[in-house]
Design a protein around this ligand. Structure first.
Ligand SMILES: *Cc1c(COP(=O)(O)O)cnc(C)c1O
Length: 420
């Protein structure tokens, strides 16, 4: 369920007609719905009603906009961050340091120190080497870092290979069969409070079975750790729940996920932690775009060239991902078209042979389910600048990220004197 619906023939974000946003802010522009974000945050938490005191940390990388983070902070969500920049954002948005989890395979010395100084709740350690480095920094500063060890359960998440993270050949976590030894060694370090294990096997999972398999392995590891005298009080089950990108597509619901989690983790006696990203933000945003023109080449379907491109929404070019594409003021007529952006790459294609609303130059259209891994992956390729972002709340809206013009990016560049 989301709040991007037709009213009197015009697509709205909550109570705001999208043409009004296009007129005032220009296109392309991301539009997020506060009511949808809050609804998803509530639905996910309610789905975990069978779990005692779950800790939920929004995966900031899926949508790091400060206003979006503030909405979730107000819902009591913490943050899962994967860089110093994301940590700074989460704090600025009002997330409590103790509710922040720091994940990521390549935390630098500076980032580990930043996390310690800010007093974050947990580091998810991805290697023994990282553990010793953090221990040394913590000891030097007279601190103790609360840590979970991220394990790689060697489970195929059956998602796109670029967002699969739990196979042995992926760079993430420590191999399950070495995890108990590594955990025991790290637990000896004065600077570390080894308190749990973490797992995250991938994103856009369309199936609960790989998750259940991975969680089962985590449960066995917890028992093994306790058997060898280690303390385990936390288990971080990551994110990964998929969302429907196509109207009518069926995916496991948060409720089904929550039931599975409650069943599999029964008797673990730990605080469970979660890091949802896409399932919270995905359907809470759209990318609003205007058709520049339609062109024909040969006798195939026309190319509909929109003013959004792969630099604004990378998922189709990167993962071959599908986004539903709908007119803002549909006439009822349909067409088959290739939907492309203006960038000089064939990869700048949103859809081929797409059956969609009939559109002509000047019409507005949206790519749906663009609230996660949308603006956050934007670049300025082709000197197109950075796309603007808007948050809607009932009948009001605000620009929550300015459009950054190509000229502003150019201001940070200079030609050295010796080239004059
Ligand atoms: C990306 C990521 C998430 C969020 O994944 P979603 O599929 O968006 O829920 C959670 N945890 C870690 C460690 C991640 O890298």
């Amino acid at each position: 369920m989301d709040h991007f619906q037709l009213r009197d023939g015009v697509l709205h974000a909550e109570d705001v007609p999208l043409p009004l946003i296009a007129e005032q802010v220009g296109t392309p522009v991301y539009v997020y719905s506060r009511a949808t974000l809050e609804r998803h945050a509530r639905v996910f938490r309610d789905a975990l009603s069978g779990v005692e005191n779950p800790h939920i940390a929004f995966a900031v990388k899926s949508n790091p906009n400060l206003a979006v983070l503030r909405v979730l902070a107000n819902m009591g969500y913490g943050a899962d961050v994967v860089s110093g920049g994301e940590l700074t954002r989460a704090l600025k948005a009002g997330m409590k340091p103790e509710d922040i989890v720091f994940s990521g395979v390549g935390k630098t010395h500076a980032e580990l120190l930043q996390g310690l100084e800010e007093g974050i709740g947990q580091f998810n350690i991805e290697s023994e080497e990282e553990g010793y480095e953090l221990a040394a920094i913590a000891a030097r500063h007279g601190k103790r870092a609360a840590c979970a060890l991220r394990v790689n359960p060697d489970v195929d998440a059956r998602t796109h290979e670029k967002i699969s993270t739990g196979k042995r050949e992926n760079k993430f976590g420590v191999p399950l069969d070495r995890a108990a030894d590594i955990y025991a060694r790290l637990a000896q370090e004065d600077g570390l409070d080894m308190r749990g294990v973490a797992v995250h096997i991938g994103s856009q999972l369309a199936d609960l079975e790989p998750l259940e398999t991975a969680f089962g392995k985590v449960g066995a590891l917890i028992a093994e750790l306790r058997g060898q005298g280690c303390t385990v009080t936390h288990a971080d089950l990551g994110g990964g729940l998929g969302v429907p990108y196509k109207a009518g597509e069926e995916l496991p619901s948060p409720a089904e996920y929550g039931e599975m989690v409650a069943r599999v983790t029964k008797g673990w006696s730990v605080q469970l932690m979660f890091e949802p990203g896409r399932v919270i933000a995905g359907n809470a945003g759209i990318l609003l775009s205007r058709v520049i023109r339609s062109k024909r080449s040969g006798n195939g379907p026309p190319f509909v060239v929109v003013d959004a491109a792969m630099n604004d929404l990378a998922r189709p070019a990167m993962y071959g991902a599908w986004h539903d594409f709908d007119a803002v003021v549909p006439t009822g007529d349909r067409m088959t078209a290739h939907i492309v952006g203006p960038i000089c790459e064939t990869g700048d294609t949103f859809a081929m042979d797409r059956e969609c609303d009939a559109l002509v130059a000047g019409d507005l259209a949206v790519f749906r389910t663009a609230g996660a891994y949308g603006a956050t992956m934007a670049s300025s390729y082709n000197s197109r600048g950075f796309v603007a972002e808007v948050l809607v709340d009932g009948d009001k809206f605000a620009v929550v990220a300015d459009r950054i013009a190509a000229s502003a990016i150019m201001d940070a560049e200079r030609v050295p004197e010796w080239l004059a």
